[in-house]
Design a protein around this ligand. Sequence first.
Ligand code: GEK
Length: 241
Amino acid sequence: MKDDIYAQPRDAVARFSFDEQVAAVFPDMIRRSVPGYGTMIDMIGVLSARYARPGTRLYDLGASLGAATLAMARLLPHRDCELVAVDNSDAMIARARTLLQAEAPQVPVTLRCEDIRETALERASVAVLNFTLQFVPLEDRDALIQRIGAAQQAGDILILSEKIRFADAEEDALQQALHHAFKRNNGYSDLEISQKRTALENVLVPETLADHEARLQAAGYTRVHVWFRCFNFMSLVAVRG
Ligand code: GEK
């Protein structure tokens, strides 16, 4: 289904939320809004296949419809692993359940409608935050990354994808303009782009790459590698020391 949620002018633009209306158009919305989304999903499968350890769990935190979960399930070399997809939106989890049943993966997948700040984490050889941390309140981000790190052992990974901001104002403006051009090129009007930006204000709060690196290092991730970047969107793999 096509995302036309912000196509008509609104008197007041409400705070963005992951409700039924968003869940119904989510694949189209994220593909047309996040440069490289499809590539990142596929490569999360490739990365997780390399780092998953037998008998462990792979967590997709803020899973939405479970695209990253299914990408990991397709390439996972160990049948005794378990995938856990967590999201606190009922609408997303309900639709993820339907998609999961249709795909019937070879490894067990558990769906949890829970807050990722509280969900239980253990033996997590792979943890994925694919465009989710940016929606967690700033003051809770350190504790969440620490908790993920505490559920991992040396050599385990956290894949973190985020929209980022740039410390240099000129570069920040350029990267934002390029992202808007990307959205326009994908059929979004200037009105849609601007109403969506209003809805996301103080909901999606981006940080700099340096902020993410510092937080990860403080949580015990000794190696942090950016493996994808396009404009103000990036994904990194952080390896637990
Ligand atoms: C993908 N990873 O397709 N607890 C649980 N879920 C949360 C929380 C929270 N505290 N905060 C936000 N979410 C997906 C895309 S979308 C990114 C992730 C985007 C969930 C929220 O309900 C939504 O489903 C998801 O995080 C963010 O690979 O829309 O830009």
